[in-house]
Design a protein around this ligand. Structure first.
Ligand SMILES: [Mg+2]
Length: 94
């Protein structure tokens, strides 16, 4: 499934559940909370078995914001990757 399709499908489900936030700032705070959950799954030498699901939660929350804000996230990601590649290493060493 493509990212924009996942974004729309997830957005519609969250809307149906009545869980959408009123502001982008609130929605971003929930992205941060999912990052915290992912961090908790990495407290030992290796990430836990739950770590992949927490990464998915982060992505789903970001995609939800993108769909809500009418952002073509596939296009923006491709453009940003190209921009990053064209900038080179900006003096940073490997
Ligand atoms: Mg989570």
């Amino acid at each position: 499934m493509k990212l924009n399709t996942i974004a729309e499908k997830n957005y519609l489900w969250v809307e149906e559940m009545g869980w959408h936030n009123k502001t982008v700032l609130e929605a971003l705070a929930l992205v941060a909370s999912e990052v915290g959950e992912a961090i908790n799954e990495c407290r030992h030498e290796k990430p836990s078995d739950e770590f992949p699901e927490e990464l998915a939660d982060i992505i789903l929350r970001v995609l939800d914001i993108a769909h809500w804000q009418k952002i073509d996230i596939e296009k923006v990601i491709e453009q940003k990757m190209l921009k990053n590649q064209q900038r080179g290493n900006r003096g940073r060493l490997k």
